[in-house]
Design a protein. Structure first.
Length: 688
């Protein structure tokens, strides 16, 4: 400055990204932010999100979505089952959830003797053969299924009675054909899809690995398959996959403890001790059955000391199909050679990697990114460390490592972003996300925003925006109805046919308070002559209700959200603003100047006279000045100034030796993209 008494206009100098590591004073990037991303090198608010479904039956621990026959089908895995949803191809409105029917089985048990209606097994196996269990005795496709009527234990053996009464004589083994799926809080799901040329439809492949609390769990579970379309009755059905076709079927269930992936047209399963296996597909693809694991091209190997936790397809060129498999200690490439002496080739790409979790890997434009236990990696023909000197320590020093398997990765292709969600501090679910911009090679984060409280998600090429599932259980009261009459302690009557609104397993409350006791409906029947609907609850209503009182139907469950939609949080109950802000780096004379293009080195305060906003802006925004005399001093916040899209300037007259600016948006419909902000500044008081 030629004359220190003159004010000078500077362009705010700000490098893209949010730097959390190191000190605030050293940073040339933003020092803080919430729900802010960077595009063209400048900050902008992240997109809003709309509630697709509120009442998922369980907390989703895996998801897949696929467009098929004009609809978007979504499948999520919970501790109890697979929830299914149907939406349009553009927006998340649709039907669901529907709990799929799951049957698993094909475990073998020795038979000591049998009659036409009973068979005997050694030991007390009454729990293995409960009533209605399906069993088969013949190791041939299409074998007769028998239904268990009873199982009685006596004198060291169990006698099982079945129907129909036509068991062939002298049986030596029985297989459980299907049993109900068992709920487990450690279910961590992996999904894929495969076209079935025999059935002419798309098949959903699902594996509920018991891996949520233990990445090296070794308990195997059965792979499940089901049609992407519901049955004629509107229900989805999944069955346990077994080796039941081909020339030499073993009838063994297809089981693993790692997961499943399709390297089209082959299915691969994987797990402990470097285990990788695949099914057989005919050389001319005339047999693409998922149930043939005994043919020529089927293979089983062990390729690592660690457990294989994730598989993904990769471009193979002439050696196609090909795939990458991540073990806890190595990265392995599998390729189809077509050579009759060695159909499959296995290469260890690196034996010196780590992986944070089964779902912490994502592919973008042919490059694979993943989070290790102490750094980030990428694979683009070779394994490389993904450089991060902006927030590496901030993440790893605060990640709840005991919940590592809840870490998951996804992508937002429109903004070239890789997201890694993780539980921060003592949180047991994901509360934040660290973000890598592939195009600009910069890092930032979600700032523990509400939109980062997600358990899993997916992105497809047909449905235009990401689908992410929330881990927060929510309850919403519906519109109330007046009770016409009461019978006993658990029965109320409502005028008219209310069965579409009140139905079995639906919950209801009698107070306008989401914390009030709720009751589950056992039955709801409409009686035409009286024009009343009888609603019976599973528990006695306390305190008792009387005619004229109100009843509220409730909607409860875990939410599913369509992200990057609009600017707000859109719920079925209303619309909320999504707060977003970013805080600049230091602008001072001691650290340079507001434009950061030359070092002043003047030990004077910066007198901030004016800020000229330049935003593509919707709604009111705020400006706050954060200052302190020394790098380690307590911060002093100025009053909050507001401005809108036609505000030319914000006059301040604030002095600090070290100064940062915080811009924010927290109004319905609020949005912004920063442009070129001008700052009018001059030398202030000599004293620090």
């Amino acid at each position: 400055m030629a004359d220190e008494n003159l004010s000078v206009v500077y362009t705010l100098g700000l490098q893209p990204g949010i730097k959390r590591d190191g000190t605030v004073f050293e940073s040339r990037e933003c020092t803080d932010g919430l729900w802010t991303r960077f595009q063209r090198g400048v900050p902008r608010k992240m997109g809003g999100y709309a509630q697709m479904f509120l009442d998922q039956f369980g907390l989703a621990r895996g998801i897949i979505a696929n467009a098929y026959e004009g609809q978007n089908y979504i499948f999520t895995g919970t501790k109890d089952s697979i929830d299914t949803f149907t939406t349009s191809l553009s927006y998340g409105a649709g039907t669901g959830p529907n709990k799929a029917n799951i049957l698993v089985g094909y475990s073998e048990t020795a038979v000591t003797s049998n009659t036409s209606s009973t068979f005997v097994v050694t030991g007390d196996l009454t729990t293995k053969f409960p009533a209605n269990t399906k069993v088969v005795f013949s190791q041939t496709p299409g074998a007769t299924q028998y239904t268990v009527s009873s199982a009685v234990h006596a004198s060291g053996s169990t006698t099982v009675t079945v129907t129909p009464t036509s068991i062939p004589a002298s049986q030596t083994a029985v297989w459980i054909a299907n049993t109900e799926f068992q709920s487990n809080p450690n279910n961590l799901w992996q999904f894929d899809m495969q076209y079935d040329p025999n059935g002419g439809s798309m098949q959903v492949i699902a594996h509920p690995g018991l891996n949520l609390s233990n990445i090296v769990n070794s308990i195997e579970t059965q792979v499940l398959t089901g049609d992407i379309l519901p049955s004629s009755g509107g229900q989805w059905y999944f069955e346990g996959l077994a080796d039941t076709s081909g020339n030499n079927p073993t009838f063994a269930p297809v089981m693993c403890d790692g997961g499943v992936v399709m390297l089209y047209p082959f299915m691969f399963i994987y797990g402990s001790n470097g285990f990788i296996a695949n099914n057989h597909v005919d050389a001319v693809y005339s047999d693409q059955s998922l149930t043939n694991w005994n043919g020529t091209l089927a293979n089983r190997v062990n390729m690592a000391a660690g457990k294989i936790i994730k598989g993904m397809p990769v471009r193979g060129g002439t050696n196609s199909p090909s795939g990458l498999f991540w073990a806890t200690d190595s990265l392995i490439r599998v390729s189809f050679t077509g050579d009759v002496n060695q159909y499959w080739k296995y290469d260890i790409i690196s034996s010196q990697i780590s992986v944070m979790s089964s779902n912490a890997i994502v592919e973008m434009d042919g490059v694979y990114f993943w989070m290790g236990v102490d750094r980030f990696y990428m694979y683009n023909g070779s394994v490389q460390v993904l450089p991060n000197d902006k927030n590496l320590n901030w993440v790893y020093d605060n990640l709840n490592f005991s919940q590592r398997q809840k870490v998951w990765a996804t992508k937002v292709p429109r903004f070239n972003e890789i997201w890694f969600f993780y539980p921060r501090g003592t949180a047991t679910e994901c509360t934040d996300a660290i973000i890598y911009n592939v195009k600009d090679k910069i890092w930032y984060d979600a700032g523990s925003a509400d939109g980062a409280r997600r358990s899993c998600g997916c992105t497809t090429e047909v449905f235009p925006t990401p689908i992410w599932c929330s881990w927060e259980y929510e309850l919403t009261l519906g519109s109330p109805d007046t009770i016409d009459s009461v019978s006993g302690s658990n029965t109320i009557y409502l005028v008219g046919d209310q069965t579409p609104k009140y139905y079995p397993n639906k919950t209801i409350q009698f107070l306008d308070d989401i914390t009030a006791p709720s009751y589950v409906i056992a039955t709801a029947l409409y009686d035409v002559p009286t024009n009343l609907t009888e609603v019976v609850t599973t528990e006695n209503i306390s305190p008792a209700v009387i005619p004229g009182d109100t009843v509220f139907p409730t909607t409860s469950g875990y939410g599913m959200w369509q992200h990057e939609v609009g600017t707000d949080e859109v719920r079925t109950t209303g619309q909320l603003a999504v707060p977003s802000y970013f805080t600049t780096c230091d602008i001072s004379w001691v650290g340079g100047n507001p434009a950061q293009d030359e070092l002043k080195g003047v030990n004077r305060r910066l007198h901030l006279r004016r800020v000229e906003p330049d935003f593509v802006q919707t709604g009111e925004m705020t400006l706050e000045v954060i200052g302190k005399p020394f790098a380690q001093s307590t911060e002093i916040n100025s009053p909050v100034f507001t401005f809108n899209s036609d505000t030319g300037k914000v006059d301040l007259r604030i002095e600090n030796r070290e100064t940062r600016l915080k811009f924010g948006s927290n109004v319905n419909g609020g949005n912004y993209q920063m442009g070129r902000i001008l700052i009018t500044a001059e030398l202030g008081d000599e004293r620090p």
